[in-house]
Ligand binder design. Structure first.
Ligand SMILES: Nc1ncnc2c1ncn2[C@@H]1O[C@H](COP(=O)(O)OP(=O)(O)OP(=O)(O)O)[C@@H](O)[C@H]1O
Ligand SMILES: [Mg+2]
Length: 625
């Protein structure tokens, strides 16, 4: 230092007391003075720095260029900071580089020495902070530009300040179209008209409705369409400016998914309710309901719990396909199964009755009705059936049938008794009264003969008595015939019919014809049946005479495919059908009853003005009906 005319120790002291790293360089670029901080910064001792070319403190690549800069500075010598904006680096003794900021000030001594004082700042930390800030800004920008969510910022007046590409895509506006415009343009009414007041309200009261909370609102696109969106808003400060950042997500898809889910759920719920209702209904019916899949006719798909009336659970009835068949009464099984299969495999409606055995062996009567249920195209979807317990009806039916049979047997018995009684009375009258009258007539005749033999005129009273006796005998005969024509017992029913029709013709003047099929002549018919046929013809002809106003009647009997067919046809006014329906008069009723007792069938029909026909059909071996 003694070579350099410094101003005493003043400068040296100044440098030594400085906190900043400082050094002094002469014209030739040699370090003439350095303080402790600069030695520490560069990793040298103060002694080592002494006389060292300044360029040694910077990386080699800058050195050549720097010599020029330095000389230039000395020529113009004005204090300034170096490296403003440009990267400037220092080089430590250990070869390490680090960013620096250097301020220079020229010093001129009285004898014309020019020195430069440099203050060196290590700006490693500042540089690092700067680049971190830059990086984070770049990152933020990238997020803003590439975010899937729409992001926009507005100022306190609601004016749009930024509008990212996702927002542009979502709303259909370019950034230029929305810039500076009120954000309410992105909303439909009523939010559109109220947004300014929302903002104002928040800024006045600090009450948050959406800021920092987020909620679902409706957005409006440029094309006018609206969509549900999730909006979250954050409040930020850029310097002094208060801003709001909104992040928007289109939730149309989520909405649709939720709606679809709701619809599906509702449909499911409705279906479930309908099913529950149907099930309840089915299970309340006093019958057993079942369903069969036509593809599996041997198996039931469903049976209602009422199957318990047979002592079985639905599970038992469904699990064993043999069981429902086995429980059909053996006598009914074949016919029932045939009908059931026709229904299940061909869709023929089922209407049948059979007995089912309960678990305890008791037989119950059921009516089984089933039908195929088809879809719109007519395809059989399933067979639906109902089993109604008709045991009570069956019992009542049977009781009724029994009592009817009894009644009929009783009537037949009475008929028989009546016929026997008639026969007895006829015989009695014939034998007793007939005999006595014949005797009286004989006595009178003898007495008349005797008077004549004595040559006397017989008493005219005797002649009268003889006439009266003759008339009485005829009357008795007629009464006997009416009671029971002996010809019926003696010659059989066919001859009796011929005799009777002739008699009716004689007595009524009606033309009566009787035609008996030859095949019947040798046909043996027992007394009971003979009497029945005779009585039917008797009643029918009596009716013709009494009611028909006919001129002609035909009685015809023939044998036709194992049946005796008896027809009494007249050409009168024709019996009216009303009278037939209310069978109150005894004549027709007796005819029906007698026929039914022998298992026959009676049909009476009339055509007004044309006549009446009575047709009786009787199976020849059905006499025990
Ligand atoms: N051949 C017929 N032509 C027209 N009407 C007839 C004939 N046969 C019966 N009828 C009508 O049917 C009614 C019922 O006949 P039905 O024999 O049962 O009774 P009825 O002859 O009146 O009395 P009864 O009990 O004495 O026989 C008759 O009253 C008559 O009106
Ligand atoms: Mg009658």
């Amino acid at each position: 230092m003694k070579d350099h005319p410094l101003e005493g120790q003043k400068l040296q002291w100044l440098l030594a007391s400085a906190v900043d790293a400082m050094l002094m360089v002469d014209r030739a670029g040699k370090i003439v003075l350095a303080n402790e901080p600069v030695a520490r910064l560069f990793g040298y001792t103060i002694g080592q720095l002494q006389e060292m070319p300044l360029e040694n403190l910077m990386p080699e690549r800058y050195r050549g260029h720097h010599v020029g800069l330095r000389q230039d500075f000395l020529a113009h010598s004005k204090a300034r900071a170096m490296g403003g904006g440009k990267a400037l680096f220092g080089l430590r003794a250990n070869g390490e580089e680090f960013p620096v900021e250097v301020s220079l000030s020229p010093l001129h001594t009285d004898d014309g020495w020019a020195l430069v004082m440099a203050t060196v700042h290590d700006i490693t930390e500042r540089k690092a902070a700067e680049s971190a800030l830059q990086e984070s800004e770049a990152r933020m920008r990238a997020i803003f530009e590439t975010a899937v969510d729409a992001i926009l910022t507005i100022d306190t007046e609601g004016r749009i300040d930024r509008f990212n590409p996702a927002a542009q895509r979502l709303f259909g506006y370019s950034e230029a179209e929305v810039m500076g415009k009120n954000v309410s343009m992105l909303m439909p009414s009523p939010d559109r008209d109220r947004h300014d007041s929302y903002l104002k309200h928040y800024q006045e009261t600090g009450q948050r409705k959406i800021i920092g909370i987020g909620r679902e609102v409706i957005g409006k696109r440029k094309d006018g369409s609206v969509f549900p969106m999730d909006l979250s808003v954050a409040e930020t400060f850029v310097g002094e400016r208060r801003m709001f950042t909104g992040i928007v997500r289109d939730v149309t898809e989520r909405h649709e998914a939720i709606n679809a889910m709701r619809r599906e759920f509702r449909a499911l719920e409705e279906k479930r309710q309908a099913e529950a209702k149907f099930r309840k209904l089915v299970e309340q019916v006093q019958a057993i309901i079942y369903i069969v899949d036509p593809k599996e006719p041997d198996r039931l798909m469903y049976i209602s719990p009422q199957i318990k009336m047979l002592g079985f659970t639905p599970e038992e009835w469904l699990d064993d396909p043999e069981l429902p068949v086995k429980q059909i009464h053996q006598e009914d099984r074949k016919l029932a199964m045939e009908a059931i299969y026709r229904c299940r495999s061909q869709g023929v409606p089922l209407r049948t009755e059979y007995r089912l055995l309960a678990r305890n062996g008791r037989a119950l009567w059921f009516r089984d009705e089933a039908e195929a249920v088809t879809d719109e195209s007519g395809r059989h979807m399933f067979v639906q059936g109902i089993l109604v317990n008709i045991t009570q009806n069956k019992l009542a039916e049977e009781a009724l049938r029994n009592s009817q049979d009894e009644l009929r047997r009783l009537a037949a018995h009475q008929e028989h008794v009546k016929e026997e009684e008639r026969k007895r009375i006829a015989r009695e009258i014939h034998d007793e009264l007939g005999g006595q009258l014949t005797s009286i007539k004989a006595y009178v005749s003898v007495s008349v003969e005797q008077a004549r033999a004595r040559g006397e005129e017989p008493d005219p009273l005797l002649s009268d008595a003889a006439d009266m006796a003759r008339v009485a005998i005829e009357t008795v005969r007629r009464v006997i015939t009416d009671l029971r024509p002996s010809v019926l017992d003696q010659l059989g029913v066919w001859a009796a019919l011929e005799w009777y029709t002739e008699r009716v013709q004689k007595m009524s003047g009606l033309r009566c014809q009787c035609a008996i099929d030859d095949a019947l002549v040798d046909f043996e018919i027992d007394t009971e049946l003979s009497t029945m046929l005779f009585r039917v013809v008797q009643e029918a002809l009596t009716n013709v005479v009494r009611h028909a106003d006919a001129s002609e009647v035909t009685v015809a009997v023939r044998l036709q495919s194992g049946l005796i067919v008896l027809e009494i046809v007249d050409n009168g006014k024709g019996i009216d059908t009303e009278r037939l329906l209310n069978r109150e008069s005894m004549g027709l009723l007796g005819m029906y009853e007698r026929t039914r007792h022998f298992g026959g069938e009676l049909k009476i029909s009339g055509i007004p003005g044309k006549g009446t026909s009575v047709v009786l059909r009787l199976s020849v071996d059905g006499q025990n009906g």
